[in-house]
Design a protein around this ligand. Structure first.
Ligand SMILES: *Cc1c(COP(=O)(O)O)cnc(C)c1O
Length: 435
């Protein structure tokens, strides 16, 4: 399997090169040149998620060491449950696919855990370990730090904006041991991202530290996200004889693009509906056919505060966008949906999951009743306890995995938002600050 750039000018590469590079040299995103085709029967002997994942993902990593190690990578990366629950007893109620039972309580664990194990399989190509540099405003950094801890040959450096993330999120970024370093930047998330871009664009810095990326455009992050949609779709198809519809809470389109790809590969997936918060870039594009990226606005579903979805270029590269509809949900409706679902069923949804539950309620009755729908639940509500508790009027328990995170000591660096400070940090010259 070879990968081409969405901008088509760069030479095609195998998955290992695409993994290491992150972005294609022409600035485009890597796309598989031709997709493997599967039928439902191909998965009859892989009833669990890791087995299905190894089968589905192997062709995407053909002719690389990742393919050889695929069964072990998947067994090790996807070692937590991914249950489908039905808290609402109504016959046409959706299944909720809980993607948040990994160690950091959000679906980002699937991609991050796979990515670092894939890096591990690729091994070290020079005398220096690869440095995965990420800017984060929340869940990605925690998942990356957790996935990188203890992985030889790769270190992770996580940049986050001082004072702009929740106390829980900050703890979750700063609690990982070597080879993970977290740095609090005096600036906002855009400043963090700009700093990462500056570092990648600097050939000297980039080469000296073997910089690579773990953001949602990495093929090592979005391809593994196909697996739980595939698993759930096959299971529902076996139960109902009909490919289920998916409702996916969306920000950078990584999770949703993975679902589109799984369907294109032949998995029994019906219509795909995107749910966004009040950032309406995708809803406007769907309505008008014109794409206009813009600055993001802050919402209660903050992991989806994206004004220019980075994977849009991939969706646009497909012949047909294959999206059924895009539903934008503002904060007021996020809150009322969280409250209504809790009052009617006792189920506690995080704000991101609530956008998708609201999008489900807005489907027309015909398509809604014609098949089973699966709503993606992307984070544990305990990660957003301050918002959720105020809405439902009850405390939210943290699961044991997230409580364990809070018991870890934290360690981080404070750096100015400039290249010299980042170069010092990368060179190991910044001092630890222990809170
Ligand atoms: C990252 C994230 C999203 C958005 O996922 P994309 O792949 O960027 O569309 C939704 N919900 C939660 C909780 C997230 O962490």
């Amino acid at each position: 399997m070879r990968y081409r750039s969405t901008r088509s000018e760069a030479p095609t590469v195998l998955a290992d090169a695409a993994l290491r590079a992150g972005v294609a040299p022409d600035g485009g995103l890597y796309m598989p040149e031709q997709l493997p085709r599967f039928s439902v029967a191909d998965f009859s002997e892989t009833p669990d998620l890791p087995g299905l994942a190894a089968k589905l993902l192997a062709p995407f990593f053909a002719d690389t060491p990742v393919q050889t190690a695929m069964a072990d990578i998947c067994a090790d990366a996807f070692n937590f449950p991914c249950p489908r629950v039905r808290p609402d007893a109504r016959e046409d109620a959706p299944d909720i696919l809980e993607l948040f039972h990994g160690p950091t309580g959000a679906f980002k664990d699937f991609g991050a855990r796979f990515l670092f194990r894939a890096f591990g399989a690729l091994g070290q190509t020079s005398d220096r370990p690869a440095t995965v540099l990420v800017a984060t405003s929340g869940d990605t950094g925690g998942a990356v730090g957790c996935a990188a801890e203890g992985v030889a040959g790769t270190r992770a450096v996580i940049l986050f904006p001082a004072g702009r993330i929740s106390a829980f999120q900050e703890h979750q970024l700063c609690c990982w041991q070597a080879p993970v370093e977290a740095a609090r930047i005096e600036g906002d998330f855009d400043a963090c991202q700009a700093l990462v871009k500056t570092a990648f664009a600097d050939p000297e810095l980039s080469r000296a530290h073997n910089l690579t990326s773990a953001n949602s455009i990495s093929i090592g992050r979005f391809l593994p996200q196909m697996t739980y949609w595939a698993r759930a779709a096959l299971d529902v198809y076996a139960e109902t004889g009909e490919p289920p519809g998916l409702i996916i809470p969306t920000g950078n389109l990584g999770n949703a693009f993975a679902a589109v790809l799984a369907r294109t590969c032949g998995l029994p997936i019906g219509p795909i509906v995107l749910a966004t918060n009040a950032n309406t870039t995708l809803a406007d594009w769907f309505r008008s056919g014109r794409y206009e990226g813009r600055p993001s606005i802050a919402t209660l579903a903050n992991a989806m505060d994206v004004g220019a979805p980075s994977n849009f270029e991939r969706l646009a590269a497909l012949e047909d966008s294959q999206i059924e509809s895009v539903v934008s949900v503002d904060d007021k409706h996020i809150k009322t949906r969280m409250k209504t679902v809790f009052d009617e069923t006792g189920y506690i949804a995080c704000p991101h999951t609530a956008t998708a539950l609201e999008a489900f309620e807005r489907l027309d009755p015909d398509p809604r009743q014609s098949r089973r729908w699966i709503v993606g639940a992307t984070a544990h509500p305990g990660k957003f306890a301050d918002i959720v508790e105020a809405v439902i009027g009850q405390p939210v328990d943290l699961p044991a995995t997230l409580r364990a995170v809070l018991e870890r000591p934290v360690r981080c660096h404070d750096i100015a938002p400039d290249k010299a400070a980042l170069a010092n940090l990368l060179g190991g010259k910044a001092h630890d600050r222990v809170d």
